[in-house]
Design a protein around this ligand. Structure first.
Ligand code: ARG
Length: 261
């Protein structure tokens, strides 16, 4: 009986000292010598001259806008850090196909011809095309008045496609939407065909002195986030993240920040 007690005491002392010794050593995760685990990165392409969806903040040089907030929220939902890669709009789908980028968000309209090359998420924004003319142009009041006119558009866009469908029109394609607006301001073209929210933002920014919107919207379009056909898991993860953001109120928050209620 006495012997048993002694053995027990010795055993306890031993176990206790082991435990204390254990307390002295640092857990591996906190070891400063151990390499920090790099966050998973999502490289996302965008043509970042399309306010209020994607543009560069003049002061901070940071990419800002509705799309930028949305894709960062999508990344956060998925546990990824998002890195934006600026590139020309007509180079986005090729970049996705070649694997240069993981995804793209660029106010890109979901279209069948594009969907043959890339995978689109569920729609995240309802848009359409409108016409912008010089403020003192009183002859162009809608699509039918564009016949035979000079129209500026951004290359590779649905606006460009729409303009090419106008009879006898001379379509001038620019690398970015701001360049198309600049040409209108300079009097080099009669009209710009471009996405309505971007036109409205531009007109509001310039206080209406550089242009006005005429006629009814020419189309109804929906924007989607695109991924490569080769990464179906990523496509699904992005789509699931979008669903989550629509359900948890985060999407509404971002929408209201840029477009109001
Ligand atoms: N929604 C139009 C399209 O898909 C124009 C998009 C242009 N986007 C941009 N970031 N420049 O063709």
């Amino acid at each position: 009986m006495f012997k048993k007690a002694i053995v027990l005491v010795i055993l306890c002392t031993f176990v206790l000292s082991m435990g204390l010794a254990g307390c002295g050593s640092k857990p591996a995760a906190q070891d400063p010598a151990a390499p920090a685990e790099a966050p998973k990165k999502l490289l996302v392409g965008s043509d970042t001259a399309f306010a209020p969806f994607e543009y560069q903040d003049e002061k901070t040089q940071e990419y800002v806008g509705f799309d930028m907030d949305l894709i960062r929220a999508v990344g956060e939902e998925m546990g990824y850090e998002v890195e934006i890669q600026g590139m020309p709009f007509d180079g986005l789908i090729p970049a996705l196909e070649s694997g240069t980028i993981d995804a793209l968000i660029s106010a890109m309209t979901i279209r069948d011809d594009r969907a043959e090359r890339v995978t689109f998420s569920q729609p995240y924004y309802l848009s359409g095309l409108t016409i912008v003319v010089h403020p003192d142009n009183n002859t162009i009041k809608g699509f039918d008045d564009l016949v035979g006119k000079n129209i500026a558009v951004q290359i590779g866009t649905t606006g460009s496609e729409m303009a090419k469908g106008v009879k006898d029109a001379k379509v001038r394609e620019f690398n970015t939407a701001p360049e198309a607006f600049m040409e209108l301001r300079a009097g080099g073209v009669d009209a710009v065909i471009n996405d309505k929210p971007v036109n409205d933002y531009y007109l509001a920014q310039t206080g209406g002195k550089d242009g006005k919107s005429v006629g009814e919207p020419l189309s109804t379009e929906e924007y989607g986030i695109a991924t490569s056909k080769k990464t179906p898991e990523l496509s699904k993860a992005i789509d699931d993240a979008l669903t989550a953001l629509k359900n948890n109120g985060k999407y509404d928050e971002i929408y209201e920040k840029w477009f109001g209620k």
